[in-house]
Write a protein that binds this ligand. Sequence first.
Ligand code: GLC
Length: 547
Amino acid sequence: MTVPTSPWWRSAVIYQIYPRSFADATGNGVGDLPGITSRLDALAELGVDAIWLSPFYRSPQNDAGYDVADYCDVDPVFGTLADADDLLAAAQARGIRVVVDLVPNHSSDQHAWFQAALAAGPGSSERARYLFRDGRGADGSLAPNNWESVFGGPAWTRVTEPDGTPGQWYLHLFDATQPDFDWTNPEVREEFRRILRFWLDRGVDGFRVDVAHGLVKKAGLPDYTPPRDADSMGGGLDDVPYWGQPEVHEIYRDWHELVSSYPGDRALCAEAWLPTIEATALWVRPGEMQQAFNFHYLQTDWDAAELRAVIAESLRAYAAVGAPSTWVLSNHDVIRHATRLALTEPIPQGWGIGPNTLERPNPTLGLRRGRAATALMLALPGGAYLYQGEELGLTEVIDIPDADRQDPTWFRTAHERYGRDGCRVPLPWTADAPAYGFSETGASWLPQPPEWADLARATQREDPASTLSLYTRLLAERHRHELGIGELEWIDGLGEDVVAFRNGNVTVVANTGTTPVPLPAGEILVASEPGVVGVLAPDTTVWLLPT
Ligand code: GLC
């Protein structure tokens, strides 16, 4: 199929905002919607096309808002519905589109439906909206199957029935406070259509769909044991009875119709961790979602041969269904790429890194590779997601004190896995302000490391060699040279440690090796490190124009 060049999401750069950690207008240490609205100019200046907001809905915040108690209201910690409307209007007035997060696999246990299910008892239509089952064993005291929660521990919790007796069990692939919906139930389907319409009517440009590969479970809920050291969301694993079941596509075909019935080009983006790129491409077939995060790219090492292979296979597999690839290197669930790319031993996705992790990656090397990797990604045709803070060169925060950690993973694994707090630390805005300008009072829900004073946005704006200046330049040139809608033509012969290609007018060369390589002729348009002349040092990417 030929790959069309519009609409917007085919080539957009979408910036992920993690609302708790972006900007705090109330001073309670947790970021909020008015905080985001007040800082939109910084994102317009950076040059992003859209923002994706992680959940800001009513929630007890047991999984930082991915445990939703009311899908059509804003949690007081983040503001009000009027604040959400203001944010939408303010972003769109700056030409920035707004994508919101939709969490359809599970609700919070505080959701009215789950509370009604507990009260109504076994066999009720209220229970049929979730996955309640009787336990195994003579007295039902054993969980219905052996599934494990993504965050560690069993994926089932037993309830006490309204009459006080030990009762049924409910499934939760995540925390015990996140019961899974039963997507074979038409009521669940109708409710999510209503939720989609609620936000579409308010004017959102799209949805990032949380755990999109988890909604449908294999009939009979057969036992399954993941391999030791598996990624927490199942990436790379085949035949898992709760991930990537084929029937899930029917739901997205339904949503595609609903979303396309609205004016404008609204989009759905799948968070789906699947065994192969080919399997991921099935999610963006015509009539399904518009985007699916390319997590295979995210998980590729800083290695030229591996990068060439994953890029080629992505372009092939997505083009075969007429879709662009959606590149991504960081998000709120993975070790920041400016740290991850310096690890020599991979850490499974979701496990995190902390003071007792054996390997402590070199932060200078990590940032250098992080900048080079971003320069490579932003030259590729397709859409791309950035995660807040990567434009400041933030690395993973490794030394968060145990007492401050909040990820449910940390608690559900009895402190064996650190989880994801290290990539969620609130952003530094100004060097000499309380909490580096994140909140006026200096409060911050996770402590910020002292070295972040030097990484404050206001400081980096003034420095042409800063990571922020690099990102701003990359986005401007990507736009000017229309790289997002371009086509990639490989350049061979520059050595096995080099990734090199042309995209339109621009020649891109990245050196993942340990020795400098000669550069082809050309005028340097952008370089991930200062001072590139004639040769390209290790861990550097350049964009060249013909002389
Ligand atoms: C997704 C989110 C993650 C959350 C999980 C459960 O993977 O990105 O942060 O914990 O789903 O909703």
